[in-house]
Write a protein that binds this ligand. Sequence first.
Ligand code: ADP
Ligand code: MG
Length: 178
Amino acid sequence: MERHAWAVTTPGPEGTARVGEALGQRLEAGDVVTLQGPLGAGKTTFVRGMARGLGIAESAILSPTFLYVREVRGGRLALYHVDGYRLAGGRVEAAEAEALMEELGLDWYLQAGGVVAVEWPEPVLEMLPAERFAVRLEFGPAGQEGERILTLEGLGRRPARVVAELAREYGRAPAKRP
Ligand code: ADP
Ligand code: MG
Protein backbone atom coordinates (compact mmCIF):
# COMPACT_ATOMS: atom_id res chain seq x y z
CA MET A 1 0.00 0.00 0.00
CA GLU A 2 1.14 3.54 -0.75
CA ARG A 3 2.19 5.44 2.36
CA HIS A 4 3.89 8.66 3.28
CA ALA A 5 5.19 9.69 6.71
CA TRP A 6 6.16 13.15 7.89
CA ALA A 7 7.80 13.92 11.22
CA VAL A 8 7.88 17.35 12.81
CA THR A 9 8.79 18.73 16.22
CA THR A 10 6.17 20.92 17.88
CA PRO A 11 7.36 23.34 20.60
CA GLY A 12 4.08 23.47 22.52
CA PRO A 13 0.37 22.56 22.51
CA GLU A 14 -0.54 25.23 19.95
CA GLY A 15 2.03 23.81 17.55
CA THR A 16 0.52 20.35 17.87
CA ALA A 17 -2.97 21.80 17.40
CA ARG A 18 -1.87 23.65 14.27
CA VAL A 19 -0.74 20.45 12.60
CA GLY A 20 -4.09 18.96 13.57
CA GLU A 21 -5.83 21.98 12.09
CA ALA A 22 -3.95 21.67 8.79
CA LEU A 23 -4.97 18.02 8.60
CA GLY A 24 -8.56 18.85 9.62
CA GLN A 25 -8.87 21.28 6.72
CA ARG A 26 -8.09 18.47 4.28
CA LEU A 27 -10.24 15.72 5.77
CA GLU A 28 -13.11 14.21 3.84
CA ALA A 29 -16.20 12.22 4.74
CA GLY A 30 -15.28 8.77 5.97
CA ASP A 31 -11.70 9.62 6.95
CA VAL A 32 -10.21 7.88 9.97
CA VAL A 33 -7.36 9.26 12.09
CA THR A 34 -5.69 7.14 14.76
CA LEU A 35 -3.66 8.77 17.56
CA GLN A 36 -1.02 6.85 19.45
CA GLY A 37 1.29 7.92 22.23
CA PRO A 38 1.46 7.87 26.01
CA LEU A 39 -0.93 9.66 28.37
CA GLY A 40 -0.36 13.42 28.15
CA ALA A 41 1.49 13.24 24.83
CA GLY A 42 -1.01 15.51 23.07
CA LYS A 43 -3.51 13.24 21.31
CA THR A 44 -6.55 15.21 22.47
CA THR A 45 -4.70 18.47 21.75
CA PHE A 46 -4.20 17.31 18.16
CA VAL A 47 -7.91 16.42 17.89
CA ARG A 48 -8.78 19.95 19.13
CA GLY A 49 -6.78 21.31 16.21
CA MET A 50 -8.49 18.91 13.82
CA ALA A 51 -11.83 20.20 15.07
CA ARG A 52 -10.73 23.77 14.33
CA GLY A 53 -9.82 22.68 10.81
CA LEU A 54 -13.28 21.17 10.40
CA GLY A 55 -14.94 24.36 11.60
CA ILE A 56 -15.93 23.00 15.01
CA ALA A 57 -15.42 25.10 18.14
CA GLU A 58 -12.32 23.76 19.84
CA SER A 59 -13.99 24.01 23.22
CA ALA A 60 -16.39 21.28 22.06
CA ILE A 61 -13.53 18.77 22.25
CA LEU A 62 -13.18 17.21 25.66
CA SER A 63 -10.98 14.30 26.47
CA PRO A 64 -13.22 11.28 26.07
CA THR A 65 -10.88 9.17 28.20
CA PHE A 66 -13.67 8.15 30.54
CA LEU A 67 -16.14 7.66 27.76
CA TYR A 68 -15.72 5.63 24.62
CA VAL A 69 -17.25 7.79 21.92
CA ARG A 70 -18.23 11.45 21.69
CA GLU A 71 -20.09 12.84 18.73
CA VAL A 72 -19.22 16.46 17.92
CA ARG A 73 -21.27 18.45 15.43
CA GLY A 74 -21.31 22.00 14.18
CA GLY A 75 -18.50 21.69 11.66
CA ARG A 76 -18.13 20.95 7.99
CA LEU A 77 -18.25 17.24 8.88
CA ALA A 78 -19.34 15.49 12.05
CA LEU A 79 -16.47 14.32 14.23
CA TYR A 80 -16.70 11.05 16.12
CA HIS A 81 -14.06 11.09 18.82
CA VAL A 82 -13.30 7.61 20.10
CA ASP A 83 -11.02 6.78 23.03
CA GLY A 84 -9.89 3.22 23.61
CA TYR A 85 -7.89 4.05 26.76
CA ARG A 86 -9.95 1.87 29.03
CA LEU A 87 -9.60 -1.03 26.60
CA ALA A 88 -5.91 -0.58 25.81
CA GLY A 89 -2.77 -1.97 27.37
CA GLY A 90 -4.26 -5.38 27.96
CA ARG A 91 -6.87 -4.03 30.39
CA VAL A 92 -9.49 -5.88 28.41
CA GLU A 93 -9.08 -8.91 26.19
CA ALA A 94 -8.95 -8.17 22.46
CA ALA A 95 -12.14 -10.06 21.61
CA GLU A 96 -14.01 -8.33 24.43
CA ALA A 97 -12.75 -4.90 23.33
CA GLU A 98 -13.93 -5.52 19.77
CA ALA A 99 -17.31 -6.76 20.97
CA LEU A 100 -17.73 -3.65 23.09
CA MET A 101 -16.80 -1.32 20.23
CA GLU A 102 -19.20 -3.17 17.98
CA GLU A 103 -21.94 -2.69 20.51
CA LEU A 104 -21.10 0.99 20.80
CA GLY A 105 -21.57 1.28 17.06
CA LEU A 106 -18.03 1.84 15.83
CA ASP A 107 -19.02 0.31 12.49
CA TRP A 108 -21.89 2.76 12.28
CA TYR A 109 -19.61 5.73 12.99
CA LEU A 110 -17.20 4.52 10.31
CA GLN A 111 -20.05 4.59 7.76
CA ALA A 112 -21.72 7.78 8.93
CA GLY A 113 -19.99 10.14 6.52
CA GLY A 114 -18.10 12.05 9.20
CA VAL A 115 -14.54 11.88 10.46
CA VAL A 116 -13.53 9.29 13.06
CA ALA A 117 -10.62 10.12 15.38
CA VAL A 118 -9.44 7.25 17.60
CA GLU A 119 -7.15 7.73 20.59
CA TRP A 120 -5.61 4.47 21.90
CA PRO A 121 -6.66 2.60 18.75
CA GLU A 122 -4.70 -0.59 19.45
CA PRO A 123 -7.68 -2.66 20.65
CA VAL A 124 -9.75 -1.80 17.57
CA LEU A 125 -7.14 -1.48 14.80
CA GLU A 126 -8.58 -4.52 13.03
CA MET A 127 -11.97 -2.85 12.80
CA LEU A 128 -10.59 0.25 11.08
CA PRO A 129 -10.10 0.71 7.34
CA ALA A 130 -6.54 0.08 6.10
CA GLU A 131 -6.57 3.48 4.36
CA ARG A 132 -6.29 6.04 7.12
CA PHE A 133 -4.15 8.65 8.82
CA ALA A 134 -1.95 7.62 11.74
CA VAL A 135 -0.60 10.16 14.24
CA ARG A 136 2.12 9.29 16.73
CA LEU A 137 3.18 11.62 19.52
CA GLU A 138 6.27 11.23 21.66
CA PHE A 139 7.67 13.37 24.46
CA GLY A 140 10.80 15.35 23.60
CA PRO A 141 13.83 15.34 25.89
CA ALA A 142 12.28 17.92 28.27
CA GLY A 143 9.27 15.69 28.98
CA GLN A 144 5.73 16.85 29.80
CA GLU A 145 6.08 20.61 29.27
CA GLY A 146 8.06 20.77 26.07
CA GLU A 147 8.47 19.61 22.58
CA ARG A 148 6.69 16.70 21.03
CA ILE A 149 7.87 14.63 18.16
CA LEU A 150 4.84 14.29 15.97
CA THR A 151 4.71 11.77 13.16
CA LEU A 152 1.83 11.90 10.73
CA GLU A 153 1.50 9.03 8.31
CA GLY A 154 -0.91 8.61 5.44
CA LEU A 155 -1.76 5.00 4.65
CA GLY A 156 -3.22 4.47 1.20
CA ARG A 157 -3.17 6.63 -1.90
CA ARG A 158 -5.17 9.70 -0.85
CA PRO A 159 -3.92 9.85 2.77
CA ALA A 160 -0.33 9.52 1.48
CA ARG A 161 -0.91 12.37 -0.96
CA VAL A 162 -2.44 14.60 1.73
CA VAL A 163 0.51 14.01 4.08
CA ALA A 164 3.01 14.70 1.30
CA GLU A 165 1.18 17.98 0.58
CA LEU A 166 1.27 19.01 4.23
CA ALA A 167 4.97 18.22 4.50
CA ARG A 168 5.67 20.24 1.37
CA GLU A 169 3.60 23.18 2.57
CA TYR A 170 5.34 23.32 5.95
CA GLY A 171 8.73 23.00 4.28
CA ARG A 172 8.00 25.87 1.94
CA ALA A 173 6.54 28.34 4.43
CA PRO A 174 8.65 28.60 7.59
CA ALA A 175 6.02 30.90 9.13
CA LYS A 176 3.61 27.99 9.06
CA ARG A 177 5.86 25.74 11.04
CA PRO A 178 4.28 24.55 14.26
P1 ADP B 1 -3.37 12.89 25.54
O1 ADP B 1 -4.69 13.03 24.87
O2 ADP B 1 -2.30 12.30 24.64
O3 ADP B 1 -3.43 12.16 26.85
P2 ADP B 1 -3.60 15.76 25.99
O4 ADP B 1 -3.66 16.40 24.65
O5 ADP B 1 -4.88 15.60 26.74
O6 ADP B 1 -2.81 14.35 25.87
O7 ADP B 1 -2.61 16.58 26.92
C1 ADP B 1 -1.33 17.02 26.52
C2 ADP B 1 -0.80 17.96 27.59
O8 ADP B 1 0.56 18.30 27.32
C3 ADP B 1 -1.58 19.26 27.66
O9 ADP B 1 -1.65 19.66 29.01
C4 ADP B 1 -0.71 20.22 26.85
O10 ADP B 1 -0.86 21.56 27.27
C5 ADP B 1 0.70 19.73 27.19
N1 ADP B 1 1.71 19.99 26.16
C6 ADP B 1 2.91 20.57 26.36
N2 ADP B 1 3.62 20.66 25.23
C7 ADP B 1 2.88 20.09 24.26
C8 ADP B 1 3.09 19.87 22.87
N3 ADP B 1 4.22 20.21 22.23
N4 ADP B 1 2.09 19.27 22.18
C9 ADP B 1 0.97 18.88 22.80
N5 ADP B 1 0.70 19.05 24.11
C10 ADP B 1 1.65 19.66 24.85
MG1 MG C 1 -6.57 12.15 25.32
